[in-house]
Design a protein. Structure first.
Length: 90
């Protein structure tokens, strides 16, 4: 009987944790609706003057955005939109 209760509680915890984790990975609608240019302006100018998109090559932008993806705590969706914008503006 005690084992059955422990298994039931463990299963419940796993289900709740999984549901919370899956929901937290979803990109908020407010971010999903923004363009790469908007995200670039809002995020990059928070801490420093964002360089002109023509400053770097596509490969250099890939490296820069990957670095800032971690440092600025950007979501995958935000980083992709920003790098896509910088490459098309280049």
């Amino acid at each position: 009987m005690k084992n059955r209760i422990k298994i039931t509680i463990a299963t419940f915890v796993i289900v709740i944790t999984s549901a919370a984790t899956m929901n937290s990975c979803k990109t908020p609608d407010s971010i999903a609706a923004k363009s790469g240019a908007q995200l670039w302006g809002e995020n990059c100018n928070r801490c420093h003057n964002a360089p002109d998109p023509h400053t770097f090559s596509d490969d250099q932008w890939d490296a820069a955005v990957e670095h800032m993806h971690q440092k600025a705590i950007l979501t995958d969706a935000e980083a992709k939109k920003i790098v896509d914008f910088l490459k098309t503006a280049n």
